[in-house]
Design a protein around this ligand. Structure first.
Ligand code: PGA
Length: 250
């Protein structure tokens, strides 16, 4: 099965509404000829409706960076899957390591948010990754297996048709350090066989597994050359349209 690559930009807590719209419009102009690559940008929730509208008739889609698991209610400060869907998002990033690290996200809350995303018709991008300490003590696979199996606990096969996995070693995020080709290759192969074991051949075959962590124009070609790498989740290098386009054109 051929998987369409997905290049996703995670804009984190950067850019005001007008700044986000401007970058999105510049990017739309630069990538209008791109084919056979899915492009997604995830601005802040505040900019999401503005950016979604700005890219409506282009080949760019949008995503949210987080959601809460309930559809509505007395949950001050939170935003639901249905709300970001209505704001134009097609995807939602769930369980990013910064959310796990700074905002108490757990595999259990991740699992509920994946359920919420699917309920609202959003495509979930489930982020997983080991810390430097976990890698050095050879716990990488143990950590990833737990994040995947607990994050996807209780799902049945067909529910996961739109799932995207993003492997982001915590030590490579925003640090300029990228995992080397062998490390990425090894983990992505492992994740695909894990999906096969937990779900089915079909789930394993169709799930796009992205790599994230200091992806830039200089290393994207090598990373995308790895068989089981189906795209990239890009932070810093997605903020500037003139740089991000060079990643999209890997
Ligand atoms: P980075 O971030 O590309 O700046 O390392 C990646 C991410 O956090 O998704």
């Amino acid at each position: 099965m051929k998987r369409t690559p997905l290049i996703a930009g995670n804009w984190k807590m950067y850019k005001t509404g007008p700044e986000a719209v401007k970058t999105a419009q510049t990017l739309a102009g630069l990538c209008s000829d791109v084919q056979n690559v899915d492009i997604m940008i995830a601005p802040t929730n505040l900019s999401l409706p503005l950016v979604s509208r700005a890219v409506e008739d282009t080949n760019i889609t949008t995503g949210a960076q987080n959601i809460y698991s309930e559809s509505q209610g007395a949950f001050t400060g939170e935003v639901s899957a249905e709300m970001v869907r209505a704001a134009g998002a097609e995807y939602v990033i769930i369980g990013h390591s910064e959310r796990r690290q700074y905002f108490g996200e757990t595999d259990e809350s991740v699992c509920k948010k994946i359920r919420a995303a699917l309920r609202a018709g959003l495509k979930p991008v489930l982020c997983i990754g080991e810390s430097l300490e976990e890698r050095e003590s050879e716990k990488t696979f143990l950590v990833l297996d737990k994040q995947v199996s607990d994050g996807l606990k209780g799902f049945v096969l067909d529910e996961l048709d739109t799932l995207v996995l993003a492997y982001e070693p915590v030590w490579a995020i925003g640090t300029g350090k990228t995992a080397d080709v062998n490390q990425v290759d090894e983990v992505h192969q492992h994740l695909r066989s894990l999906l096969k074991r937990l779900f089915s051949d079909k789930t394993a075959e169709q799930t796009r597994i992205l790599y994230g962590g200091s992806v830039k124009p200089e290393n994207v070609t090598e990373l995308m050359g790895i068989e089981d790498v189906d795209g990239a989740l890009v932070g810093g290098a997605s903020l500037d349209a003139d740089i991000f386009i060079n990643i999209i054109n890997f």
